[in-house]
Every structure is written in structure tokens, then in C-alpha cells.
Design a protein around this ligand. Structure first.
Ligand code: PEP
Length: 252
């Protein structure tokens, strides 16, 4: 059975004081049963958060990294190898905000995915359609295309050590959530697409749903057979709310 996973994407939020209060509020999640919990602060907050959570079961992730591992002349970037030294375990890649606002296309996403694995960490590949694409009934084309671009570049075997997050763009930060049935339909399609290439990898692949997940809708979403947890933005900035979401994902 796949383990549940909940990741909190703090985006570009938090001050030193605010982050330390948030981390303190999350300590009650230490040892949460049946769910792995990851928090994903900004890069400057990451070392402090990793240190504060080092003795707990909570893990730390990064929101992005350079498209190449190791060290080189690449001003402003941080590599997966450097992140790994701080105990970082997961890295988001292909988040819709970076695709839309920073021009990250499928080719860059595939390079980052490979670099994350080269650094020994787990990529969380985000895929999702815009409202216009859904209304034009192009959801499966778009999501399938984003996924296939990475499979074609790195090979399906790489997904044995990866996570995929389905995040409909129209549901991110909008308060609109895909219904559990809508989300399940796309999760099942994503798993079927991976299954075409490798049934074993498809079976073990953790698929997260993201898009206005909150304590009030988490249990219903996580109750669907192909939803293995959540990628949570806004609600992850509130320790109590995020803790309730993580508990809703616990299956043990
Ligand atoms: C996200 O940005 O990954 C996200 C899911 O945000 P929110 O939960 O705020 O919709």
C-alpha cells in the first residue's frame, strides 16, 4: 500500500519570527501515524527549519533548485547537491506559478527533475490545467503532456523515486477545490499513463492533490483511491489547519 504524504508549500511567505512560530506549532505532528509530512519553506528559511525539525519525523523540502547538480558559475541559483547537505528530502518542480510567472517550460522542468534526483532527493512534479483548458476539455491532454515530457526525458524508471502532484491551476489559492470525483478522475488517468510505460512504477507512485486543500475538505479528497495525500499552499501557513490536514491523510 502506498504511504500517505502531505507537503506544505510555504511559497514566498514568512519572516524569521513567523517561521519559527509556525515550526513550533507543527511539533505536535511529530510521529503522526500513517502519514509522512514535509514542510517547504523559502530557501533562506530552509536551514533553520531543517535544524529545528531535525529530531522529529517531519521532513523539509525546497520549492525549486538549479537545473544542474553540483557547483558551477550560475549566479543566483542553488543546486540540489547543496540542498541535500541541509537535510532537504523533496524538491518541487513544475509548480504552475513558476511555469506561468517565470517561464519554466517542460524542458526546464525535466532538467530540474533530473538534477533533483542526481542530488539524491525526490522531485515532486506538479502538473495541472488552467480554467480555460478545463473548459475546452483539454485537461487530460495538458496534464498528460506535462507528465509525458518528463517521462520522455528521464525515463519512466525515474518515477520510482518521484512524486506527482496534480494541481489544477484554477484551484490554486482561489478557494475553489476540485471535487473528490474530479480529482480522482485525473489521478487515475495519470496513474494509467504511467502504467502504460511501467505497471510496477505506476502502482507505487504517490499522487498528491493540490488546490485549496483545507481541513474541511481533506478527508474526502484523501479518501479517493488514487489520491495519496496533498500539496497544500495557503492552509499550510496555519499550524493547526495544516496539522488537521495531515491527520486526515493518516491511514494507519
Ligand atoms: C500550491 O500552490 O501548491 C497550492 C496548492 O496552493 P493552495 O493550497 O493555496 O491552493
Amino acid at each position: 500500500m502506498r504511504r500517505s504524504l502531505v507537503a506544505g508549500n510555504w511559497k514566498m511567505h514568512g519572516s524569521l519570527q513567523g517561521v519559527s512560530a509556525l515550526v513550533a506549532g507543527l511539533k505536535g505532528l511529530d510521529g503522526a501515524v500513517g502519514v509522512d509530512v514535509v514542510v517547504i519553506p523559502t530557501l533562506v528559511h530552509l536551514p533553520g527549519v531543517a535544524e529545528a525539525l531535525a529530531a522529529t519525523s517531519l521532513m523539509v523540502g525546497a520549492q525549486t533548485c538549479a537545473p544542474v547538480a553540483g557547483e558551477k558559475a550560475l549566479t543566483g541559483e542553488v543546486s540540489s547537491t547543496q540542498l541535500a547537505e541541509f537535510g532537504c528530502r523533496y524538491v518541487l518542480v513544475g509548480h504552475s506559478e513558476r511555469r506561468a510567472l517565470l517561464g519554466e517550460d517542460d524542458a526546464v522542468v525535466a532538467k530540474k527533475f533530473a538534477a533533483i534526483q542526481e542530488g539524491g532527493m525526490i522531485p515532486v512534479l506538479c502538473v495541472g490545467e488552467t480554467r480555460e483548458e478545463r473548459e475546452a476539455e483539454r485537461t487530460l491532454d495538458v496534464v498528460g503532456g506535462q507528465l509525458k515530457a518528463v517521462i520522455d526525458a528521464v525515463g519512466v524508471a525515474a518515477f520510482a523515486k518521484a512524486v506527482v502532484a496534480y494541481e489544477p491551476v484554477w484551484a490554486i489559492g482561489t478557494g475553489l477545490t476540485a471535487t473528490p470525483e474530479q480529482a480522482q478522475e485525473i489521478h487515475a488517468a495519470i496513474r494509467a499513463l504511467v502504467r502504460e510505460a511501467d505497471a510496477g512504477v505506476a502502482e507505487g507512485l504517490q499522487l498528491l492533490y493540490g488546490g485549496s486543500v483545507k481541513a474541511a475538505n481533506a478527508a474526502e479528497l484523501f479518501g479517493m483511491p488514487d489520491i495519496d495525500g496533498g500539496l497544500v499552499g495557503g492552509a499550510s501557513l496555519n499550524a493547526e489547519e495544516f496539522s488537521a490536514i495531515c491527520r486526515a491523510a493518516g491511514r494507519g
